[in-house]
Design a protein around this ligand. Structure first.
Ligand code: ARG
Length: 463
C-alpha cells in the first residue's frame, strides 16, 4: 500500500496517492491564498463560538487564537510557506495551526466543513471589496462634479445617432455619468445585503450535530443574518454573480465614457485633452498621443463581461449542494474586483486631469443646426401645430444648408419666407445660450438646473 503522506486531512480512505497532475489540477492554493486573512477571521469567530458553546475548551480557544495570530503575521509579512500538496488556503492554514499549537488546531474544524468555510471566506472578501469599490465610485463621482462645476455654461453639441442634435452644457453631459455611477453605487449596496449573510453552520451540506450558535458567529463577523438553508448556504454563488453583474454594468458605463473621451480627444472634435500621464506615444509615428487608458477601459469591459458569463455558466446545471465546480468561482471574481478597482482608481484621477476646450465645443454646436428644435418650439408657441412647425423648420434648415450658414445667420426676411409668424424676437431662441436656458426644468440642461443638480449630487455624496 502506498503511503498517504500528501494530504493527511482526507487521504485515510485512499489506496494510492493522488497523481501529481491531478494534485495540480485540483489545487486552488495558488489563487485562493488571497482569502487567507478572511479565512483566519472566520476561523477565529468559529472557534470563539465553539468555546462559548462548550464544544472546545477555553484553553483550546486560547491556543487557536495564539496560533492564528502568528499565522496572520506570517501571511502579512510574506513568510508563510504555501504548499500545493495541501490543496487550498483552508488546509494550508489548518496544517500550520496544528504544527504551531497541536491538538487544539485539529479541533478547530469541529462542526464545520470547507464547504461552509469557503462560502464564508468569499462573502467576507466580497463584502470588503464592495466597500472599497463604493468608496472609489464616490471618488469618481466627486471628480465628475468638480469638473462639471466649472462648465455649466460651457456649451457643446448634444448628440443623438452621433449627429448634432441640440446644445447642452458640458456639465450636463458629465452629470449624466454621475447619475450612472450613482445607480452603480446603489446596485453594489443592494448586492452587499445579500452577500452579508453567514453560511457557517451549514457544515458540509446538512448542518451539524454539535450544539452550535450560528447567530453568535454572524454577530462576531458583522453579518446581517445567517443563511436560512444549509444546502443553499454551501452551494449557491448567486451573490458573486450579482456582484459581477453590477461590476459589468459599471464597466459598461465607463466604457461609454471612454469612447466619448477618445472621440473628444480626436482633433476632428478637439473638445478635450487628456493629461499626458494617461497617454502614450507611438514607436513609429512621432506626432502620436494615444488615449491608451480609455481604450484599455473599453477593452477590459470585455473581460468583466466574460467573468460574468463564466460565473453564470459555472452555476447553471449544478445539482445541490456543494460541487467542486464552485472552486472556479474565485478567479473570475478576483479578476473582476481587480479590474474594476484599478479602473476606478485611475479614472477618478484621469477625469481630474482633463483640459476642456470650450471654443471647439461651441464651434461644433454652431455647426449642426442645433437650435432647429428651438425654432420649431418658437413657432408652436406662436400657434402652429408642432408637426407643421417641424416641417417649416426643416425647409429653413435646407435653405440655410444650401447657403452654408447657420439658422441664426439668416436675415429676418429670409426666415419670414418660411413663416409669417416669425418676428425679430426669433434670434433670442436661435442662440445656443437661449436654447439651453429654455430647458429649465428638473433634469434639463439650463445652467440653473444643472447647478441645482450638482448641488443635489454634492449633498448625496456627503450623506
Ligand atoms: N477549495 C475549495 C473551494 O474553493 C474548498 C472547498 C472544498 N470542499 C471539498 N469538500 N472539497 O471550493
Amino acid at each position: 500500500m502506498a503511503t498517504m503522506q500528501d494530504n493527511q486531512t482526507w487521504s485515510g480512505r485512499f489506496n494510492e496517492p493522488v497523481a501529481e497532475l491531478v494534485k495540480r489540477y485540483t489545487a486552488s492554493v495558488d489563487f485562493d491564498k488571497r482569502l487567507a486573512l478572511f479565512d483566519i477571521q472566520g476561523s477565529l469567530a468559529h472557534a470563539q463560538m465553539l468555546a462559548s458553546c462548550g464544544i472546545i475548551s477555553a484553553q483550546d480557544l486560547k491556543d487557536i487564537q495564539r496560533g492564528l495570530g502568528q499565522i496572520e503575521s506570517e501571511v502579512v509579512s510574506g513568510d508563510f510557506v504555501w504548499q500545493l500538496d495541501l490543496e487550498d488556503v483552508h488546509l494550508n492554514i489548518e496544517k500550520r495551526l496544528t504544527t504551531l499549537v497541536g491538538d487544539a488546531g485539529k479541533r478547530l474544524h469541529t462542526g464545520r466543513s470547507r464547504n461552509d468555510q469557503v462560502a464564508t471566506d468569499i462573502r467576507l472578501y466580497l463584502r470588503s471589496a464592495i466597500d472599497d469599490i463604493t468608496l472609489l465610485l464616490k471618488g469618481l463621482q466627486t471628480s465628475l462634479l468638480d469638473l462639471a462645476q466649472h462648465h455649466t455654461h460651457t456649451i457643446m453639441p448634444g448628440f443623438t445617432h452621433l449627429q448634432v442634435a441640440q446644445p447642452v452644457s458640458f456639465a450636463h453631459h458629465l452629470m449624466a455619468y454621475f447619475e450612472m455611477c450613482q445607480r452603480d453605487v446603489e446596485r453594489f449596496c443592494d448586492a452587499r445585503r445579500r452577500v452579508n449573510r453567514l453560511p457557517l453552520g451549514a457544515a458540509a451540506l446538512a448542518g451539524t450535530s454539535y450544539p452550535i450558535k450560528r447567530e453568535l458567529v454572524a454577530e462576531l463577523l458583522g453579518f446581517e443574518a445567517v443563511c436560512q438553508n444549509s444546502l443553499d448556504a454551501v452551494s449557491d454563488r448567486d451573490f458573486a454573480i450579482e456582484f459581477t453583474a453590477a461590476a459589468a454594468l459599471t464597466m459598461t458605463h465607463l466604457s461609454r465614457l471612454s469612447e466619448e473621451l477618445i472621440l473628444w480627444m480626436n482633433p476632428r472634435f478637439g473638445f478635450i485633452d487628456i493629461a499626458d500621464r494617461f497617454c502614450t506615444g507611438s514607436s513609429i509615428m512621432p506626432q502620436k498621443k494615444n488615449p491608451d487608458v480609455p481604450e484599455l477601459v473599453r477593452g477590459k469591459t470585455g473581460r468583466v463581461n466574460g467573468n460574468l458569463v463564466a460565473l453564470l455558466t459555472l452555476m447553471e446545471g449544478q445539482p445541490l449542494a456543494y460541487n467542486k465546480d464552485n472552486q472556479e468561482d474565485k478567479e473570475p471574481l478576483f479578476d473582476t474586483v481587480d479590474t474594476l478597482t484599478q479602473t476606478l482608481r485611475i479614472y477618478a484621477d484621469m477625469m481630474g486631469g482633463i483640459t476642456v476646450k470650450p471654443e471647439a465645443m461651441r464651434r461644433a454646436a454652431l455647426q449642426g443646426y442645433a437650435t432647429a428644435t428651438d425654432l420649431a418650439d418658437y413657432l408652436v408657441k406662436k400657434g402652429l401645430p408642432f408637426r407643421d412647425a417641424h416641417e417649416t423648420v426643416a425647409l429653413a434648415v435646407r435653405f440655410a444648408e444650401q447657403r452654408g450658414v447657420d439658422l441664426a445667420e439668416l436675415k429676418l426676411e429670409e426666415l419670414q419666407e418660411f413663416s409669417n409668424q416669425i418676428t425679430d424676437d426669433v434670434f433670442r431662441v436661435l442662440t445656443l445660450e437661449g436654447s439651453l436656458a429654455a430647458r429649465n426644468h428638473t433634469g434639463g440642461t439650463a445652467p440653473q438646473q444643472v447647478e441645482a443638480a450638482i448641488a443635489r449630487a454634492r449633498k448625496l455624496l456627503a450623506s
